[in-house]
Ligand binder design. Sequence first.
Ligand code: NAG
Ligand code: NAG
Ligand code: NAG
Ligand code: NAG
Ligand code: NAG
Length: 394
Amino acid sequence: MRSASQNSGFCHSKMKMTVIYSVLFWFLLKASRCQLQCVKETFDETKFSINVTGHVNLESGSCHEISYTLTLPTNTVTAPYKMRWFKGDPANIVTTTEVDEVNSERQDSFRIYGLPQGEYEYGLKLEWGCNQTYIFPKRVHISVSALTRKPMVWVHPMVDGEGARVICRPERLCFGTADVQWKWTKADGTAKVIPGRYDGYPPFRMWNRNERYDGYPRFRMRNGNELWLTPTADDHNTNITCVAIYDYDAVETTVTLNVKFSPRILNSSQCTTDGELLVCMCISRGNPLAPITWPLVTLTDYSVSSFSSLQTVNSTITLPAADNHNTTIRCISSNELGQAVKDIPLQENLIPENVSGLNLNSKSNAVLPWIVVGVSLSLNLVLLTTLIVCTCKR
Ligand SMILES: *[C@@H]1O[C@H](CO)[C@@H](O)[C@H](O)[C@H]1NC(C)=O
Ligand SMILES: *[C@@H]1O[C@H](CO)[C@@H](O)[C@H](O)[C@H]1NC(C)=O
Ligand SMILES: *[C@@H]1O[C@H](CO)[C@@H](O)[C@H](O)[C@H]1NC(C)=O
Ligand SMILES: *[C@@H]1O[C@H](CO)[C@@H](O)[C@H](O)[C@H]1NC(C)=O
Ligand SMILES: *[C@@H]1O[C@H](CO)[C@@H](O)[C@H](O)[C@H]1NC(C)=O
């Protein structure tokens, strides 16, 4: 009884297996038939065409939309079909569009997103049915050149010792954001890089606040693209460069700082005597240029010459020494920020005891070498005579 029931159970499972095997066989048969259908059909390639631009020039980081029109043989291509743009090699697919309906003509476009500098080639491949493909022989050549859109830099007016801002705004490109880097170049060419970040949006963020950099003014950065600093006269004519670093390129803009400062009279200012003339030179530095005046000179018998280069004014006054040996020669240099006053010292080793005796002194100076020569000659003569007398006596 027990074995009979076991037997019938065995029979049942055997029948089940047979059904499964036959279903599997049917699927395999179906699959192999499909494989046979996948043999590439031959079709008239002249019925396919694409109307698209052959060459596009772009700058790195920019995007571009390329429109095109396809002509297809409706009796060859079956729906749904895929349009696949590839870059370089047909296996390197960049976009795929699936189309549900086959029309003899189709207008579409595809978009290029920010490419690095270089030359590129794009092509279109169609796929339909069971692995049927057609690759259009026409290619779109894309030349990507260096980025030319430089960042904008604004500099607020700068005054010695007062806070000012430098703002950099990199161009917004279609692809990628810019990191901002600041570079400072002193007049002697030494440069320092101040790293920063550009977020694109201004949620208030501060760092490097009041940080000191050796030899560079105090500054802090806000939001990466804003530099706050307190310049001094030494920073006048230094260069600040904003470098915008994108994914594929970097561009920069340099501004030269114009720092206004009140005049200073340099220590090299001095008076000297030249014969019967007193020559005083006053040199001052100021921005804007600070002209020099000689207020205490009341005489009419004088001449002033002045020249300037960059921020320096050099003024020379010439007057008769005899009338002025006891007056103080004072020069004043002033611009919109203030004035500097200096009593110019007479260069010490040239101070004459008595200005009228100056010519005498210079005469005696000229005579002195002759006296020396004369004395040494007579001494030699005496010695020689003595020698001769002595020799004769012997
Ligand atoms: C069809 O394409 C698929 C993948 O794209 C591939 O695995 C298959 O071998 C192809 N069949 C034939 C018959 O080309
Ligand atoms: C500063 O920038 C100007 C203009 O860009 C340039 O002519 C000059 O050589 C630069 N100076 C230095 C020290 O880099
Ligand atoms: C000029 O001279 C003054 C006083 O002698 C001195 O304090 C100052 O440092 C000097 N300045 C320069 C630039 O040499
Ligand atoms: C100022 O001018 C005088 C002559 O006019 C010249 O000898 C001197 O070198 C000049 N000094 C400066 C600093 O330019
Ligand atoms: C020159 O100056 C001194 C001291 O400042 C003064 O005693 C003297 O009288 C002055 N001499 C002349 C000729 O002005």
